[in-house]
Design a protein around this ligand. Structure first.
Ligand code: ADP
Ligand code: MG
Length: 264
């Protein structure tokens, strides 16, 4: 059971506040006390070796995993718990759904619905979850498709698109819910190298519009150019957090230096 909230962490300027977050799979402790703060309007890039707990941590933010200890707030609310008279209660399904609707997530593997067209993929949740009228949902979807450069693909099926196009649709689909926070888990790792740039360009555009983003990535150029801060995770903890120039030019820990030595 996570610890009750502390007033210092209730600050509304933070989209995410994590303190001492722990998560195990069986006897394997994967998150060993993760601390992180993400301010609204900022882009935080999470870097770190494979197996360090990056995906698990993102999944905890989005209710896909349940934390066992520590404190995790997204959008000012505890993830999965409601606080009342100093006690914690598990959220009802409807409350979880409401909290999740404000969080967009983009995965390495796109995860589009294969039996739906691009447009249908995008309008499904806004209509079904947000209750937006179909006409309006279509209008907004077309605006989003224009933004990701795929207006011509509205009626195409995902299998007919390149990986880069599918990932841009996945981003548009997440944005259609009007999220307050976007989580990206290695969004370009499954792409052929020549398709990486078009997805990063869309993400860069989003960042420029002020979207709050947490991006797990191996794209060091993106982290350096677009990140407001860089978080280095290793062994289930945040080892360093700083500005990109601090991190890349002057890593403070041996572990970060070793990691950068391999990836740069
Ligand atoms: P990263 O994204 O940094 O590569 P992950 O969060 O995916 O790391 O995984 C961290 C560790 O947790 C790995 O050792 C992985 O095998 C383990 N793990 C992740 N998800 C599960 C799961 N559902 N069941 C068991 N072990 C898992
Ligand atoms: Mg991962």
């Amino acid at each position: 059971m996570p610890a009750p909230a502390d007033s210092r962490d209730s600050l509304e300027s933070f989209a995410v506040v994590a303190r001492g977050v722990e998560k195990s799979f069986g006897s394997h402790k994967v998150l060993k006390g993760v601390d992180l703060r993400v301010e609204y309007g900022k882009v935080v890039c999470i870097l770190g070796p494979s197996g360090s707990g990056k995906s698990t941590f993102l999944r905890c933010m989005n209710h896909l995993e349940r934390i066992e200890a520590g404190f995790l707030r997204v959008g000012g609310q505890l993830v999965g718990y409601r606080q009342h008279a100093g006690k914690l209660y598990e959220m009802r399904h409807s409350e979880v759904a409401r909290q999740r609707a404000d969080i967009g997530m983009v995965f390495q593997s796109f995860n589009l619905f294969p039996h739906m067209t691009v447009l249908q993929n995008i309008i499904e949740a806004p209509i079904g979850v947000r209750g937006i009228p179909k006409r309006q949902a279509i209008e907004e979807a077309m605006t989003l498709l224009a933004k990701v450069g795929l207006t011509a693909k509205a009626d195409a099926y995902p299998r007919t698109l390149s990986g880069g196009q599918q990932q841009r649709v996945a981003i548009a689909r997440a944005l259609a819910m009007r999220p307050k926070l976007m989580l990206f888990d290695e969004p370009t790792s499954a792409l052929d190298p020549e398709l990486v740039g078009e997805v990063l360009a869309v993400m860069k555009g989003l960042a420029a519009e002020g979207m709050t983003m947490v991006v797990v990535t191996h794209e060091m150029g993106f982290a350096r150019d677009v990140g407001d801060s860089v978080v280095f995770m290793d062994g289930g903890v945040v080892v360093e957090q700083g500005t990109p120039s601090e991190f890349f030019n002057n890593p403070r820990t041996e572990r970060a230096r070793a990691f950068l030595g391999k990836v740069l």
